[in-house]
Design a protein around this ligand. Structure first.
Ligand SMILES: [Zn+2]
Length: 424
């Protein structure tokens, strides 16, 4: 059992001093307060602020292997679709060992960036044997010590009504029956204290709508969260409208009983009305600002003061920094609206909203009891070095904005996942 006492502790709304965090033997937070863990030895974290570990709600770890690649454009301007060709070339050469290596690299960088939970949207399943890459990914998470929510992807078509392309065969979910059998196997293999499952029908272009509706209903019956890519590119919307007369999210809202267990990833070209309808269902929107910028996908236009649940993801892992995702979530909206302070809470508070997206918002999307320093939550924590030059001049009131807008990974002094330091 551990009792931590940092100079300042984030309570979800503000930094407070004189607070201790008591962690039980299972790695959960037992108590928080001035007297928490009374009678036990206290580990003083001098010069540190304690935040909930960041939750990365959307990652494709293997794409870490593309960093610095696909960034030359001899044939003229590229797009998501030209980038996808480079990504498929990486997939083609991906072995179990290579996935384990790339995922371990990505997960270590995440831990160094203060990320303690990753939602891994995992779609490259088949290697030397069917589903053999699933195991490599789970091992990479266990080896590095990050908490994993394995968002097991179902992928069936190479576009609406089109068969899989040869490059997509390693993604094949086969059928809903085979997919759920695989989910049952995975459930039996995982350590539920460190790794849980979610269901991820890839997108409207990769899953027929009838199967998507069936997967969603079964996943929610099992109380699993459901994530899907939604309206990342204009072409996806055009093809869906041509085939069905509906935009992708419009179709999902019509056919699925979307609820708080659903997360729409991107929503880059989603209409304001559809975003509002998504929010009415209690569903989460997951933004991946650095990846959307890298791919040139565009920017959503979010309503100023939007109160709907929002999570953040590092997606392609071209850069791994939750601080930067927070910053660019807001900066992207500033550039769209030509105004400052778009992603604010009531009273115009910015930092709390951005920190909330990187912690509670992600935890909600992934269905994990993390993202808060409160009893009953996992003791997933990140320590901030208050002596870091980048934060010089901070006050308890300005620290959220100083972190979200002004800081980089040098301020991250370490993390705990389930109360434990990850192995080095
Ligand atoms: Zn993605």
């Amino acid at each position: 059992m551990t009792v931590l006492a940092a100079d300042w502790t984030w309570d979800g709304a503000r930094f407070v001093s004189g607070v201790r965090v008591a962690i039980d033997a299972q790695g959960d937070i037992e108590a928080v307060g001035p007297e928490a863990g009374a009678g036990r030895p206290v580990t003083a974290l001098a010069g540190r602020a304690l935040l909930p570990g960041f939750v990365n709600a959307h990652s494709h770890a293997f794409q870490r292997g593309l960093r610095g690649r696909g960034e030359r454009f001899p044939a003229g301007a590229g797009s998501f679709w030209t980038w996808r060709e480079a990504m498929y070339a990486l997939v083609d050469a991906l072995t179990e060992d290579e996935l384990r290596r790339l995922a371990s690299q990505a997960f270590r960088e995440m831990l160094a960036a203060g990320i303690t939970t990753v939602g891994e949207f995992h779609y490259v399943h088949h290697g030397s044997a069917d589903w053999s890459l699933d195991r490599a990914l789970i091992e990479a998470a266990a080896d590095t010590g990050i908490r994993l929510v394995l968002l097991q992807v179902y992928y069936r078509t190479g576009g609406i009504g089109r068969p899989l392309e040869p490059a997509q065969r390693r993604f094949d979910g086969r059928s809903p029956e085979v997919f759920w059998r695989r989910m049952d196997e995975l459930q039996g293999e995982l350590d539920p204290a460190r790794c849980t499952l979610g269901c991820a029908p890839h997108s409207i272009r990769a899953v027929p709508i009838d199967e998507l509706a069936e997967l969603f209903a079964e996943a929610r019956r099992r109380e699993l969260v459901v994530h899907a890519h939604v309206e990342e590119t204009r072409r996806e919307i055009e093809e869906c409208v041509a085939a069905t007369g509906r935009r992708p999210l419009e179709l999902l809202l019509e056919r699925l009983d979307l609820d708080e267990g659903f997360t729409a990833v991107h929503g880059t070209h989603t209409t304001a009305d559809d975003l509002a309808r998504l929010a009415e269902r209690g569903a989460t929107l997951c933004l991946c600002p650095t990846t959307e910028g890298n791919l040139g996908d565009g920017l959503p236009r979010l309503a100023p003061g939007l109160t709907a649940p929002v999570a953040l993801g590092s997606d392609s892992n071209a850069r791994i920094s939750m601080l930067e995702e927070m910053r660019w979530a807001e900066y992207g909206q500033r550039l769209v609206h030509e105004a400052r302070g778009v992603l604010t809470e009531a009273g115009g508070v910015l930092g709390r909203r951005l920190l909330g997206m990187a912690t509670e918002g992600g935890a909600r999307a992934l269905g994990v009891a993390a993202g808060r320093i409160a009893p009953g939550h996992r003791a997933d924590l990140v320590e901030i070095d208050l002596g870091a030059a980048e934060l010089d001049g901070w006050t308890p009131e300005t620290l959220p904005e100083a972190l979200a807008l002004g800081a980089g990974e040098r301020v991250i002094a370490g993390v705990r996942v389930g109360g434990r330091r990850p192995p080095r």
